[in-house]
Design a protein around this ligand. Structure first.
Ligand SMILES: NC(=O)c1ccc[n+]([C@@H]2O[C@H](COP(=O)([O-])OP(=O)(O)OC[C@H]3O[C@@H](n4cnc5c(N)ncnc54)[C@H](OP(=O)(O)O)[C@@H]3O)[C@@H](O)[C@H]2O)c1
Length: 304
């Protein structure tokens, strides 16, 4: 059968595809478009069934979509793509280097006098925590996460790298400043903050591991997450995205420990961003799985 491909949004003709059958999938359609128009490699395409409709899944068949000979599909150009993993690697290397630059080269930023100033132990512990956090995320990206997307639009790279590196530099500038004020409640505040940070980092890692085990290697399968034998995953009984909850908890711990205002702002910005994502993921879970536990919230137990 023959299918007409039009541009999503404008409806302008892109190409005509032939030799398709009712059992052909959207992935087959993408491969055919790529054959006709070499610019549109499959990861760059989003296929829709109407001008402004939702993106269709790769395994949707033409029969399921009710398409017959002469039917129409709409192509949205997602723009040049970049490997998802590479984005994450840049995203996490940026803030790591930005932060360490201020810590390791204070003379360069604050003047030569800064080298002779003693650094409070909170400054060293904060640098260790920051490094630990981003090293953990780099390693998780390489060895733990099983992503369902291979690529993402290249423009996201600039947005994400600037966000994380900008905040890394902002927090680090104040943390490593010669006029830095150590925690007012001394070691008690420092170690309560540190313990909170470490506990939440462990929680976040535990959730990432549980999510990995939900998806068989090489698949895009999604399942309902439930608590496992690791007690940190009990959080799944309360929220849909406990990895975000733990991430916010870790930055709260870092803020208490460091008593650094920019760290508090980073925590709030992260909470806002992750709350938005968690609400979207929560909605999708409920839509996708009719048996999804109703008592769960999105990111903050009992509240949100
Ligand atoms: N500080 C900040 O501002 C900030 C903001 C965002 C994230 N983060 C950190 O970055 C981490 C990763 O973020 P993310 O947004 O990528 O987390 P995520 O969406 O929860 O995903 C983590 C991994 O688990 C997979 N996954 C999620 N739900 C699944 C399910 N039901 N079944 C099977 N696999 C599933 C995801 O695959 P898919 O590829 O299919 O999604 C992805 O590979 C967060 O946990 C957090 O620590 C920090």
């Amino acid at each position: 059968m023959e299918i007409q491909v039009l541009q999503a949004g404008t409806g302008k003709p892109v190409t005509k595809l032939s030799e398709l059958s009712k059992t052909s999938t959207i992935a087959d359609v993408k491969a055919k478009i790529y054959k006709e128009k070499r610019k549109f490699y499959p990861d760059r395409q989003a296929i829709k069934s109407s001008l402004k409709g939702k993106t269709l899944k790769d395994d949707d068949t033409l029969a399921n979509l009710g398409l017959s000979d002469g039917g129409e599909l709409y192509l949205k150009d997602l723009g040049p793509q970049i490997r998802w993993k590479l984005v994450f690697l840049c995203e996490y290397t940026g803030p790591l280097l930005a932060y360490l630059f201020f810590y390791l080269r204070p003379a360069f930023i604050y003047g030569t006098e800064a080298v002779n100033q003693p650094m409070h132990k909170a400054v060293h512990i904060a640098a260790a925590c920051w490094t630990f956090h981003y090293a953990k995320r780099l390693l998780e990206t390489l060895f733990i996460h099983r992503f369902s997307h291979a690529t993402m639009p290249i423009r996201n790279l600039f947005k994400n790298v600037s966000y994380y590196s900008g905040f890394g530099a902002y927090v680090s500038y104040y943390m490593n400043h010669p006029l830095y004020t150590p925690p007012v409640y001394g070691d008690v505040q420092l170690y309560i903050g540190l313990a909170t940070f470490l506990l939440n980092e462990f929680g976040n890692f535990s959730i990432h591991l549980a999510l990995r085990n939900l998806r068989p290697p090489g698949t895009k399968e999604r399942r309902i997450p439930y608590p496992t034998s690791n007690p940190m995953t009990l959080a799944f009984a309360f929220v849909s995205c406990p990895n975000y909850t733990y991430e916010v908890g870790a930055w709260l711990g870092f803020t208490v420990m460091s008593q650094c205002m920019p760290a508090g702002l980073f925590t709030l910005a992260g909470l806002y961003q992750m709350a938005m994502w968690a609400m979207g993921k929560h909605r999708n879970y409920k839509k996708e799985f009719s048996s999804y536990p109703r008592s769960r919230k999105c990111i903050i137990p009992f509240l949100l």
